[in-house]
Design a protein around this ligand. Structure first.
Ligand SMILES: Cc1ncc(COP(=O)(O)O)c(C=O)c1O
Length: 408
């Protein structure tokens, strides 16, 4: 089947058509194109009554501009607090994120890790306790495992796949904060966000959700009761891999304390980055739809490949039994592959041609990244994390096919 026939059969415009074969080989059963349905627009409540995609484009732009200009001026009249977050280019981006997440306040930092560190440096003090899922983004684990304890903060890791584990930990000793990623980096565990928020709130803890991977297009934790929602806008929100930034939004009294701490911490979201991220966020719904559908197709393809033991993708019922029925109808572009052999696990990165063997995620480029087994965090043996980009899924599948073939 050539590319034109493939596209006709799968048609990214239509839903549910079966894909009879791909050009590069027949080792795996090609997947059906997942139906898009109305995805998560239905989840979005806007105070303006407009839909998510329209607000992502229009909300917050400076009056008189469709493209808010870059202002490097650190002391524009009306934007007091020199050097801080009221810069006329940064403020519209924060406004957009507040609108999309449904949050009343936001603060921006220079990258995702910056805003996470600032959040906890501003809000925790020695003697405080927090509870986190057993697995988070690597450098968040470093912060929680190595640094917060050095500053006198107790961090307890629990397996939040069962919300009862969180309840038990909070019952044993209350905590100030509960932190988790709803779709976990890199294990692809799908946590029950509403249940975890309820358990935490019942026990008097504030909830911080890192929503970097799902974005407000797929999940809006503040509307479910979370207190703070964090984004590395370097990833899907910006979406083009050309800017870095981090945003925390949520309850005003907490965000105000973080913003105030930025006066002594520094580490601000810069106008040039905010400008680029603002252009990116306008196409967030379009990109997330493509990531969701493409990743679902590639996941199904890999799941039936002879070299693969198991694929971890939130949209695959074989990995996530709630894939079709749960509150989340989309899981973005992140998936994990458990290989049958060490040869493929170690060799894949050397043989990919279209995909890039590199860390980072959430932009147009598909990337593979070999991971080490780690029992404590639940990372399995012979595991590769994949960020499915915005290329055509048939080309990504063909690249997997040829790279796997060369590893044997
Ligand atoms: C879930 C999650 N949170 C936070 C970060 C940190 O973001 P940044 O690279 O902008 O510091 C990452 C980076 O990959 C991430 O995956």
């Amino acid at each position: 089947m050539n590319k034109r026939e493939f596209l006709k059969a799968t048609t990214l415009l239509g839903a549910g058509a079966a894909v009879p074969g791909i050009a590069a080989g027949d080792t795996a059963t090609p997947p059906a194109v997942p139906p898009l349905g109305n995805l998560l627009d239905a989840n979005f409540t806007s105070d303006s009554g407009r839909r998510f995609g329209s607000q992502a484009i229009h909300h917050g732009e400076q009056k008189g501009f469709q493209v808010t200009p870059i202002s490097q001026d650190k002391a524009v009249p009306g934007y007091q607090r020199p050097g801080n977050l009221n810069n006329p280019t940064v403020a519209p981006l924060l406004g957009k994120i507040m609108e999309l997440e449904g949050t009343p306040a936001a603060a921006g930092g220079s990258c995702g890790m910056d805003i996470i560190s600032q959040t906890y440096m501003a809000l925790l003090k020695p003697g405080d306790r927090m509870v986190a899922h057993r697995c988070n983004y690597d450098w968040v684990m470093t912060l929680f495992r190595d640094h917060l304890p050095e500053w006198g903060v107790e961090v307890r890791f629990v397996d939040m796949n069962d919300p009862a584990n969180l309840a038990e930990s909070l019952k044993a000793r209350p905590a100030k904060f509960v932190h988790f990623e709803p779709y976990v980096n890199p294990t692809m565990e799908v946590l029950d966000t509403p249940a975890l928020i309820k358990v935490a709130k019942d026990a008097g803890a504030s909830v911080v959700v890192d929503n970097t991977w799902l974005t407000p297009y797929l999940l809006q934790p503040f509307r479910l009761g979370a207190d703070l929602v964090i984004h590395s806008v370097t990833k899907y929100i910006g979406g083009h891999g050309n800017a870095m930034g981090g945003v925390v939004s949520g309850r005003k009294e907490l965000v105000d304390r973080i913003s105030h701490a930025q006066n002594w911490l520094g580490g601000l979201l810069r106008p040039m980055d905010a400008f680029l991220v603002t252009q990116g966020v306008k196409t967030l719904p379009l990109r997330m739809r493509h990531h969701c559908r493409s990743a679902r197709m590639v996941a199904a393809f890999l799941q039936s490949h002879a070299a693969v033991a198991r694929v971890r993708y939130g949209g695959l019922p074989s990995w996530n039994p709630q894939a079709e029925t749960g509150a989340l109808k989309g899981f973005g572009g992140m998936l994990g592959i458990e290989w049958k052999s060490d040869a493929v696990h170690h060799g894949l990165g050397r043989h990919v041609k279209l995909m890039v063997n590199q860390t980072s995620l959430g932009d147009p480029v598909t990337r593979v990244m070999q991971r080490q087994e780690d029992n404590a965090t639940g990372v399995p043996a012979r595991y590769t994390r994949v960020s499915i980009g915005l290329e055509e899924p048939e080309d990504v599948m063909a690249d997997f096919e040829q790279a796997i073939a060369q590893c044997r």
